[in-house]
Design a binder for this molecule. Structure first.
Ligand code: SF4
Ligand code: SF4
Length: 490
């Protein structure tokens, strides 16, 4: 395998023994096609434009408008389900990248993203702001604001990536991207070099440098040292750039990268990245907060906080709730668990490095909560696009070409949820408990690495924290939910 003939650009590597999506007949051929990504992006971009059109001009009733229905029921549901069964497929087909790539045909950015901004700080802030705006402006119920959010996304991306080289918007800013990066840590697939030896012998490093007109990895991930899915948009540029056909889409044990201490290209070590750990914490506590925003006890808590602040305005109350839920609570709980683990297991080192290291163990549970939440909306509200599409169709004059424009759903009866309603609770429960078990496993593996002799003492505080979060998630599940994005909400 290490001979020169193996490194011939025309000789595909055959070292990998596991199933490789890139090697599947049909699918592999399609993904290898240089217009594959564009082909996936075009329909999503058209859908995004339809959402903007309907959001700005259509009825301002959430369940009757494509902007709200597609953004908050379908996109979110499909993103999380794709992450569960495959990987970061939304970034692969990202509609925002299409105009950006078009722009770059004419405009070559020259600026370099500032070194002091090369962390996840702004990405976390934007993710929190998105969650905050979602609650404050009831984005799920406001087609007009949802449409403007889509427009803002296009504009900011074009501005940032029009000025700066590489893909700083994806890597450092995009809140959806940051969400996907963390969630994809538990996905079963990753883009990976098929044969490490081929990379070791490679002299050109085209997967990162680019080859001819084919760009290399804009996210700064070098296949020879790439570990896992963090920061990978599944754009497949590395696949196209590698002259040895040495990059595949390969299966791995989901979540296993969370306990890996390896140095990662473009990232470094997880344990030295408090910003990534903070992102993991916001991802998990944000899942609980977002679900809390849907249940009735939130009104009691908001009223109490309003009295405390002496205001009836929602913004400061919500702001305080966000600070408590996404800053105070994670810091206190992770700090407490870290302090106990240090004391019981005699772990050396500071508290912050310990909190950083174990924050990644929260991710599977956070993923399970998001999955339960988004799949609930997706499975119950899947068919809501029909009346919304029908309304847009009628307004665009569909009847004039002889197609039905009267009655809801193009004259079809309204179909119910995708699965029987009484399957929903066990399904959600299963997602959350599965995530919790995954988190326990990650925490245990980390504890076993840190304290081989006193693993249980190092593990138990984190298990206690995870149990607390599990109970919070189960309590939320038991509360009556607002049917956001479905016809039942009116
Ligand atoms: S993946 Fe990158 S380093 Fe590996 S063989 Fe291809 S170009 Fe070379
Ligand atoms: S080029 Fe970079 S971001 Fe794109 S799939 Fe390859 S490793 Fe992932």
């Amino acid at each position: 395998m290490t001979t020169q003939t193996t490194l011939s650009p025309s000789t595909p590597s055959s070292a990998s023994t596991s199933v490789d999506l890139m090697a599947l007949p049909g699918l592999g051929r399609f993904l290898r096609w240089r217009h594959a990504r564009t082909t996936l992006q075009v329909p999503l971009t058209l859908i995004a434009l339809l959402m903007v059109l309907d959001g700005l001009q259509g009825p301002q009733r959430a369940s009757g408008n494509l902007a709200t229905v597609l953004a908050w029921v379908h996109y979110r549901g499909l993103i999380i389900l794709a992450l569960l069964v495959a990987g970061n497929l939304f970034c692969l087909a990202c509609p925002f990248m299409l105009p950006r790539n078009l722009l770059r045909r004419f405009l070559r950015p020259t600026w370099v993203w500032p070194r002091r901004l090369r962390h996840k700080g702004m990405g976390i802030l934007l993710l929190v702001l998105l969650l905050f705006a979602y609650e404050l402006f009831d984005l799920w119920a406001t087609p007009w604001w949802t449409a403007w959010l889509v427009v803002a996304y296009f504009v900011i991306l074009l501005l940032v990536d029009g000025l700066f080289r590489g893909a700083p918007f994806c890597k450092y800013l995009c809140p959806i991207g940051q969400f996907n990066f963390v969630a994809s840590l538990v996905s079963p697939l990753e883009v990976r070099a098929r044969d490490p030896q081929v990379c070791a012998d490679c002299r050109t490093k085209d997967c990162i440098r680019g080859r001819g007109k084919q760009r290399g990895c804009e996210l700064g991930l070098f296949q020879a040292r790439k570990v896992g899915n963090m920061d990978c948009t599944f754009c497949l540029d590395c696949v196209h750039a590698c002259p040895y056909d040495n990059v595949g889409i390969l299966p791995r044990l989901p979540a296993s990268e969370l306990w890996s201490g390896l140095w990662r290209s473009g990232i470094g070590r997880f344990s030295r990245r408090p910003d990534l750990a903070a992102l993991a914490a916001v991802f998990t506590f944000g899942a609980l907060l977002n679900a809390f925003g849907m249940v009735s006890p939130i009104y009691t808590v908001e009223a109490w906080l309003g009295n405390l602040l002496g205001t009836r305005s929602e913004a400061p109350v919500l702001g305080l709730l966000f600070i408590i839920a996404l800053v105070v609570e994670p810091v206190l709980l992770l700090g407490l668990a870290g302090g106990l683990a240090r004391r019981w297991a005699g772990l050396r080192g500071g508290l912050l490095p310990l909190m950083t290291r174990y924050a990644y163990a929260l991710v599977p549970l956070g993923f399970g909560i998001w999955l339960a939440h988004y799949s609930f909306h997706f499975l119950t509200g899947f068919w809501t696009f029909l009346p919304a599409l029908h309304g847009l169709w009628a307004r665009l004059g569909g009847a004039s070409v002889g197609l039905p424009s009267q009655g809801a759903n193009f004259g079809l009866p309204y179909p119910g949820p995708l699965i029987p309603m009484d399957w929903l609770f066990p399904l959600e429960l299963g997602f959350i408990v599965l995530g919790w078990v995954g988190s326990l496993l990650v925490a245990y593996r980390l504890a076993a690495q840190d304290a081989p002799q006193r693993t249980w003492q190092a593990f138990l505080p984190w298990a206690g924290l995870l149990l607390l979060l599990l109970l919070a998630a189960l309590w939320l599940m038991g509360q009556p939910m607002e049917m956001r994005g479905t016809p039942m909400m009116g």
